[in-house]
Ligand binder design. Structure first.
Ligand code: HEM
Ligand SMILES: *[C@@H]1O[C@H](CO)[C@@H](O)[C@H](O)[C@H]1NC(C)=O
Length: 373
């Protein structure tokens, strides 16, 4: 029983005590380039929006109907972006996010708070962590799936405003229902994996996605990646997000006013979100804001080193004492690597968004970084 494993999920969002080493994965540096002149020309031709103020915290966090008549299900049409996150995909189907799957960070924060009752600071942390590495800082838009011209022209490589599906920035290995990027399609649901998840629900959760199914399946997916993906990476940030996402179905896809980890959520709900990107009929969001929180973990953060079954521990914290600060530092450092020579306008937008991101970790006591000021 790997119960602790899934409880750990949030671990590193809060107080991850795992320790340290820096391994960089510049998988994002893969797009053919624009010259500096082309970029400047381009910047003059688009409307530069730049970083915007954070949305306010919500006032209403009650249990309420969210699959209501103002938010009917509309299936994605060709050209609409959908990606590795069943939560955001569903919000786009119901108009909590634009149906085309291209949104501002404020729209994403508001949508996850309104549609799922994700807690304000948690929503800020996840949204801005993803935005600074996968979003377009000049247009203030991000795709919840793959690269899209709707977010505006691509920045100069190695930057890549490629959306959430870009591997090795936010998106990572050992997902519940998506293949490791090295092994296949990292963003669309893989039905074989989905069926494995359902097997674990049958075996450990009485047919439901509960804490036991979540914990066992999380552990199994890690073991599968260790055994099949020579470049399996489960360090910073993926260790924290991977564990966290395992509990998201328990926390967000349940229709009950009180979340019960033993009870979990039904197969019907799991199918609706994962397979159809749809709120089940009559779906109510949870009755309390959810923020990932503490625990411990049986797995060490680590990675395979070029061959299968070579899992080697890595230091998640990378010199930081607090896991949340390590996560913050990691995302900021990756962003800095992506934008080695930003133009003035771009520096300003980057600095603004990184400052917004810091608001999610300042109460933990992290040191603010100013790479673009
Ligand atoms: C706050 C903004 C959010 C962002 C930017 C975001 C982004 C992502 C990304 C990039 C992944 C892929 C990670 C991977 O598997 O490699 C992911 C996975 C996932 N997200 Fe989100 N997410 C957000 C909020 C939510 C919410 C509110 C929910 C639930 C309602 C949710 C549920 C999930 C689940 C269950 C997965 C795992 C899917 C799988 O492994 O098959 N997310 N998310
Ligand atoms: C789906 O997952 C299975 C099991 O890991 C794998 O064998 C298959 O290649 C995957 N398919 C795709 C399209 O990635």
């Amino acid at each position: 029983m790997h119960l602790i494993g899934a409880v750990a999920l949030a671990v590193c969002f809060g107080t991850c005590a795992v320790s340290a080493g820096i391994i960089d994965h510049p998988d994002y540096a893969s797009v053919a380039g624009l010259t500096h002149e082309e970029v400047e020309l381009y910047e003059r031709s688009i409307k530069v929006v730049g970083a915007q103020p954070l949305p306010p915290a919500p006032t209403d966090t009650s249990f309420k109907l969210v699959h209501d008549k103002n938010h009917p299900f509309v299936k994605a049409k060709s050209g609409d972006q959908r990606g590795p996150c069943p939560g955001l995909n569903t919000l786009a189907s119901h108009g909590y996010l634009p149906h085309n799957g291209v949104a501002t960070p404020a729209q994403i924060m508001n949508a996850v708070m309104e549609g799922f009752n994700m807690e304000y600071i948690a929503a800020m942390l996840v949204t801005y962590g993803a935005f600074i590495v996968n979003g377009n800082h000049l247009t203030n838009l991000i795709s919840i799936g793959g690269m899209s011209s709707k977010t505006g022209p691509a920045p100069k490589p190695p930057a890549l405003a490629g959306g959430l599906s870009v591997h090795g920035t936010f998106e990572g290995d050992a997902s519940l229902t998506r293949s490791d990027d090295f092994l296949g399609n990292n963003h669309d649901l893989n039905l074989t994996l989905f069926n494995h998840m359902v097997d674990y629900m049958d075996k450990f959760g009485n047919g439901r996605y509960n804490i036991h199914a979540a914990a066992e399946y999380r552990f199994a997916r890690i073991q599968e990646s260790i055994a099949t993906n020579p470049w399996f990476f489960f360090g910073n940030p993926r260790f924290a997000t991977g564990y966290a996402e395992s509990t998201f179905p328990l926390e967000f896809f349940s229709n009950d006013s009180t979340i019960d980890w033993e009870r979990g959520t039904s197969l019907e709900n799991v199918k609706s979100f994962f397979l159809e990107h749809k709120f089940p009929d009559g779906f109510h969001r949870r009755g309390t804001p959810f923020t990932p929180s503490g625990g411990t973990h049986p797995m060490q953060p680590g990675m395979n080193i070029g061959r299968v079954n070579s899992y080697t521990p890595v230091d998640f914290n990378q010199g930081e004492t607090r896991g949340t600060c390590a996560l913050y530092t990691r995302f900021v450092r990756v962003t800095l690597e992506m934008y080695p020579h930003p133009t003035k306008e771009l520096s300003k937008a980057l600095a603004g968004n990184i400052h917004n991101f810091f608001q999610a970790v300042k109460d933990v006591g992290c040191t603010e970084l100013f790479p673009f000021n």
